[in-house]
Design a binder for this molecule. Structure first.
Ligand SMILES: Nc1ncnc2c1ncn2[C@@H]1O[C@H](COP(=O)(O)OP(=O)(O)O)[C@@H](O)[C@H]1O
Ligand SMILES: [Mg+2]
Length: 411
């Protein structure tokens, strides 16, 4: 099925990403006297909506959650619309704030290849902002003020974006679980999510709670600090599930310490290294009663870490997002899977088939998106770039002075 270029006044411009649910596009809403607003739109096309009514309920729930979780570290919903067409059937769209930036996956891929990783403040800052957003989501209450018991259930680098300003935005509450909700769909004991980032209880299909999200945060933290995933990568889903089941923090601790030493030793006190290892060990406890009980605790611990200066961390993250944006601008073809790129004059392609319900049946679960060129961070060091800018400014000034002097002499 092909989608029209404009739906409900939103003109679809570019494919932003494809996940388990389907496709997300950048679109523009045009108003009077040249008013324009760019948004991101997740589309559930009529064919898929008809085939799987459960997907409509999931998208509706995601819309409802996003509209209520109003926090700077969680993407905001703008609208949820049903577009009826006699011939096609109903298409559903979730209109969201457009996050201009890069996914954490993209940043991590670049980082793992970089000779010089971003300074330690950067991953600490990203982790603390994820924890902050999560804490808000976990505390969500319903109209009567009762806790909803929200669990994201699918935290992974593809579902976290870093904006051009260097701020974290948690995305994709598409399989979030809420204990209390009207017309509940799915169940807490379905195995649903992405094995590499899933808590043991989620992998076993047990009831999940917010501590499952904290485990996922631990896996992402490990990946940020160590430069490699906590669960060793596997291509086949069955093996990925097996590896995720078998991986213990104790087996990975040595690797983490080595990586911290190699990547950050020059900028980190031994005490900070221990604090980071302790935090990840606590988050990655297989027994959830031994994990921190609130995302807020994680946020507080990171804030209290001696070398953590949030504004510095954010600056580094922002600069590396800018560098990736620059690569995209120079090389627009690399942005999306060529098979899915949407030239503005072409009809939009269909979303990818659902890909995450039963891990045992998944063929592959590799990271989304294309890999960026590897030479990113080497040419970064922001302080050096900043110095270069000062040098350039000084040269320009000197040039101007010389011209002024010459002018005086000639007169
Ligand atoms: N609001 C947004 N702004 C910018 N890009 C987005 C936004 N929402 C999603 N994306 C991009 O689309 C991808 C898929 O979106 P996501 O919500 O994770 O959908 P799915 O449920 O299909 O995984 C993300 O990984 C991201 O690259
Ligand atoms: Mg996703």
């Amino acid at each position: 099925m092909q989608l029209p270029r404009t739906i409900a006044g939103y003109e679809f411009v570019q494919l932003l990403g494809v996940g388990g649910f389907g496709a997300v596009y950048r679109a523009v809403l045009r108003g009077a006297l040249g008013f324009e607003q760019e948004v991101a739109i997740k589309v559930l096309d009529a064919d898929r909506a008809r085939l799987s009514p459960g997907l409509v309920r999931s998208l509706a729930l995601e819309a409802k959650i996003l509209s209520r979780v109003q926090h700077p570290n969680v993407v905001q919903a703008r609208h949820f619309l049903q577009i009826s067409d006699d011939a096609l059937g109903d298409t559903w769209i979730l209109v969201m704030e457009l996050v201009r930036g890069q996914t954490l996956r993209r940043l991590l891929t670049t980082q793992s290849k970089a000779a010089t990783p971003l300074p330690i403040n950067a991953p600490l800052q990203v982790m603390s902002e994820i924890a902050d957003g999560l804490h808000f989501a976990h505390r969500l209450t319903d109209e009567s003020g009762a806790a909803v018991g929200l669990v994201h259930r699918d935290l992974k680098p593809e579902n976290v974006m870093i904006s051009n300003e260097g701020r974290v935005k948690i995305l994709d509450f598409g399989i979030a679980y809420a204990k209390r909700r009207a017309g509940a769909t799915g169940s807490s004991n379905m195995v649903i999510g992405t094995p590499h980032y899933m808590s043991p209880e989620q992998l076993e299909g047990e009831r999940v709670d917010r501590r499952s999200d904290l485990y996922a945060l631990g896996t992402m933290g490990f990946e940020m600090f160590a430069g490699e995933s906590f669960v060793p990568p596997r291509t086949r889903a069955v093996e990925a599930v097996k590896a995720a089941r078998e991986t213990r923090f104790e087996q990975r601790e040595q690797r983490l310490r080595e990586a911290l030493q190699q990547r950050y030793a020059h900028q980190m006190e031994d005490s900070l290294q221990d604090e980071i290892v302790d935090l990840l060990r606590d988050l990655l406890q297989r027994d959830r009663t031994r994990r921190p009980s609130l995302a807020e605790n994680v946020f507080d611990r990171i804030e209290a870490m001696s070398a953590h200066r949030p504004s510095v961390g954010r600056t580094y993250v922002r600069v590396s997002v800018e560098a990736l944006n620059k690569i995209d601008r120079q090389n627009p073809e690399a942005e999306a899977d060529p098979g899915l790129a949407v030239p503005p004059t072409q009809p939009l392609p269909r979303g990818a088939p659902p890909a995450r319900v039963d891990p045992a049946e998944q063929p592959t679960l590799g990271p989304e998106g294309t890999e960026p060129p590897s030479a990113l961070i080497e040419d970064l060091p922001p302080s050096i770039q900043a110095t270069d800018r000062w040098k350039q400014a000084a040269l320009v000034l000197a040039g101007l002075l010389l011209l002024a002097l010459l002018g005086l002499v000639v007169q």
